[in-house]
Design a protein around this ligand. Structure first.
Ligand code: TNX
Length: 514
C-alpha cells in the first residue's frame, strides 16, 4: 500500500486510572485488504457524533442504510439516513465516482468536517463502507453501546480490486449449517470484500437443497450428515433467503451440485439412478470417490436436467458449479461422456459452468471456468483450458483450504493438503502460483469443507485469520504484497472480532495487541 505520509498516531490511547484504555482510533494504514493507495492527513481527523447523518441519495440509499445499521448499535447515535435537514459532520455516499475506479472501486475522503465516498456503483460504495468501518475504533463492531470517542483518521483512500471474483465456500453437505449460520458467515466475510459465496449443496453425506421434481432428495437424502447426527436441508424458500441476504451484502451465490461423483445421497434416495437399480444406504463417513451417477442411463440426464433447471431458476448469478471432482469410480471415458452431456444443460438454462479443474478433461467451452484445487504449482489442464478461453479460479488446497489444520495441534480440520499457517495462506500469488497469465485468473477462493466442522465457532476458528489473507490476495494490488505489513494489519483485526463476538485462532505468527 502506498502510504504517502507517515503512519498516524492512534488517538485516544490514554489509559484512565483503573480502567480500560479508551478506544483507539485506527490508523489509515491498517486496512485489510490493503487498499491501492492511502494518503493520511493527520490534521483532518473526523469524529462521529449524535448529529452525524448519512447522505445517500438515489441508488446509494441501500448502502447508506447498511452503514447506519453498522454504526447505530455500538455508538448509540441515531445516524439518520437522508434526513430532511442535513446534520453536521455528515457521511456522504455518492454515485459520482471517476470511471477509472471501475465497477467495484471507491474513493474515500476523511476530513475534519465530513466524510465523502465516491464510487461508480452501489458495489463500490459497499466496499468503501467496509474500509470505513475499519477506520473506526474496534468497538464499532459491537452489538451493544460502547464508549466513544468515534474518531476516524483524516486522509484519502483510492481503491479497486485486482480480481473481480473473490469467493469463500461453505460445505453444508458434510455437516448441515442453518440459514442463520450462513448469514452470520456472509456478514463476517463481507468485511474483507469477499463478493461470491460458493455453496457445496450436495455430497455423499447429504443433499441439502429441495428439488421439487425429485422430492426424496431431501425427504430422504438430507436426513443424515457426517457422524450420523441428523442433517437438514434448505427449502427453496430458505435458499432464496440466503441468495437475497447475500445480495444485500453485495455477494453473489454460486450453488454447487457435485456430479458425477459425491452423489451417494442422491443414489440412496432414488434406486433408479443406480446402474444396478439398488439404492445404497445413507453414508455418514468421510471417504471420497466411491459414488457415481450411472453414466449410461437416460434417467441420469433427466435427473440432472431437472436439478439444473430448478437450481438455475433460483439463482440470479451467472455461474452454476457442477463439481466434477474425485470421480474415482467413473472411468475417464465415462467421465468425459457424462460431462459432455451435462455442460450443454448448464448453458441451456442460462448459466456458465464452473467446476473443479479436472472437468477440463471434458473441454468445456470458452465461458466455463476451472477451479484449481491442486497442491502443485499448476496443472497442464489449466493451460489447455486457457487456450479454449476458460478462466481459472485459484484455490490451491495447500494454500487456501480453510479446513486444513494450522499445525499439528489444531483440534479441528484435516491435513491431507498439509498444515496451513497464516503465512502459508498469504505467501503465494494467484497467477504466478498457477503458472497462468494474470488475465486468465478469474479470482481466488477460500474453500472450507466441513467433515470436522459443525458450529459457527468451528467455522470462525478455521476461517479467521486465514480468510483475510486469501481476501487480500484477491483484492489488493500485487505491489502491496508484504508479509510484515500484512501481519501487523491483521493483528488489528483481532479486537474487532472480539468486539463482534466472533471466534478466531490466535496464530503465534501474528503480533496480536490484545
Ligand atoms: C477434497 S477439494 C474434496 C472434498 C473434500 C475435501 C476435504 C475437492 C474438490 N474435493 O470432497 O471434502 O478434499 O478437504
Amino acid at each position: 500500500m502506498a502510504v504517502v505520509a507517515g503512519a498516524l498516531l492512534a488517538a485516544g490511547t490514554a489509559v484512565p486510572a483503573g480502567g480500560d484504555p479508551a478506544p483507539a482510533a485506527s490508523a489509515m494504514d491498517t486496512i485489510v485488504p490493503a487498499p491501492e493507495s492511502v494518503t493520511p492527513d493527520p490534521a483532518a481527523n473526523f469524529e462521529l457524533s449524535e448529529q452525524t447523518a448519512i447522505l445517500a441519495p438515489g441508488e446509494a440509499a441501500g448502502v447508506g442504510e447498511y452503514l447506519a445499521g453498522v454504526l447505530r448499535p455500538s455508538t448509540g447515535f441515531p445516524v439518520p439516513v437522508n434526513p430532511a435537514l442535513p446534520g453536521t459532520g455528515d457521511i456522504a455516499l455518492a454515485l459520482d465516482g471517476d470511471p477509472g475506479l471501475g465497477p467495484e472501486g471507491y474513493r474515500l475522503q476523511v476530513a475534519d468536517d465530513a466524510v465523502q465516498v465516491h464510487a461508480t456503483s452501489p458495489d463500490g460504495l459497499f466496499n468503501a463502507v467496509q474500509t470505513l468501518r475499519q477506520l473506526l475504533p474496534a468497538g464499532i463492531e459491537s452489538a451493544t453501546a460502547q464508549p466513544g470517542p468515534w474518531t476516524m483518521p483524516g486522509g484519502e483512500i483510492t481503491d479497486k480490486p485486482r480480481f473481480g471474483h473473490r469467493s469463500a465456500q461453505l460445505d453444508p453437505a458434510r455437516h448441515f449449517f442453518t440459514v442463520d449460520m450462513v448469514k452470520r458467515y456472509i456478514d463476517q466475510i463481507a468485511k474483507y470484500k469477499i463478493n461470491k459465496l460458493h455453496l457445496h449443496l450436495t455430497d455423499d453425506q447429504g443433499w441439502r437443497l429441495q428439488i421439487n421434481s425429485w422430492p426424496r432428495l431431501t425427504e430422504f437424502g438430507a436426513q443424515t450428515e457426517v457422524g450420523g447426527t441428523p442433517g437438514g436441508f434448505y427449502t427453496q424458500q430458505d435458499y432464496s433467503e440466503i441468495v437475497d441476504y447475500a445480495a444485500s451484502r453485495h455477494m453473489t451465490v454460486i450453488p454447487e451440485i457435485d456430479m458425477p461423483g459425491h452423489t451417494n445421497a442422491a443414489l440412496s434416495s432414488y434406486a433408479e439412478l443406480n446402474c444396478d437399480g439398488v439404492a445404497p444406504p445413507p453414508y455418514t463417513g468421510i471417504d471420497v470417490g466411491f459414488s457415481s451417477l450411472c453414466v449410461n442411463k437416460d434417467i441420469t440426464y433427466t435427473f440432472v436436467e431437472d436439478v439444473i433447471r430448478e437450481v438455475a431458476a433460483l439463482t440470479p448469478g451467472p455461474y452454476l458449479h457442477i463439481g466434477g471432482d474425485e470421480a474415482h469410480s467413473t472411468t475417464d471415458e465415462d467421465y468425459v461422456a457424462f460431462m459432455s452431456k451435462v455442460l450443454p444443460l448448464v448453458e441451456k438454462y442460462g448459466k456458465k459452468p464452473l467446476g473443479w479443474h479436472e472437468y477440463g478433461k471434458a473441454a468445456p467451452q470458452g465461458d466455463a471456468a476451472l477451479q484449481f484445487w491442486g497442491t502443485t504449482n499448476g496443472d497442464p489442464i489449466l493451460n489447455e483450458g486457457i487456450a479454449r478461453g476458460n478462466k481459472v479460479l485459484a484455490s490451491p488446497a495447500n494454500k487456501s483450504y480453510m479446513d486444513m489444520k494450522y499445525d499439528e495441534n489444531t483440534p479441528l480440520g484435516l491435513q491431507w493438503a498439509g498444515f496451513i499457517e497464516v503465512a502459508d495462506a498469504y505467501g503465494w500469488d494467484p497467477a504466478d502460483h498457477l503458472q497462468v497469465p494474470e488475465e486468465s485468473v478469474l479470482g481466488v477462493e477460500a474453500p472450507m469443507f466441513s467433515e470436522t466442522l459443525e458450529t459457527s465457532q468451528h467455522i470462525e476458528f478455521m476461517a479467521f485469520p486465514r480468510l483475510p489473507a486469501i481476501a487480500e490476495l484477491g483484492w489488493s494490488p500485487k505491489n502491496t504484497h508484504d508479509w510484515e505489513s500484512f501481519k501487523t494489519r491483521l493483528a488489528n483485526q483481532g479486537p474487532r472480532w472480539q468486539a463482534a463476538g466472533q471466534d478466531f485462532y490466535r496464530s503465534p505468527q501474528i503480533p496480536w495487541t490484545r
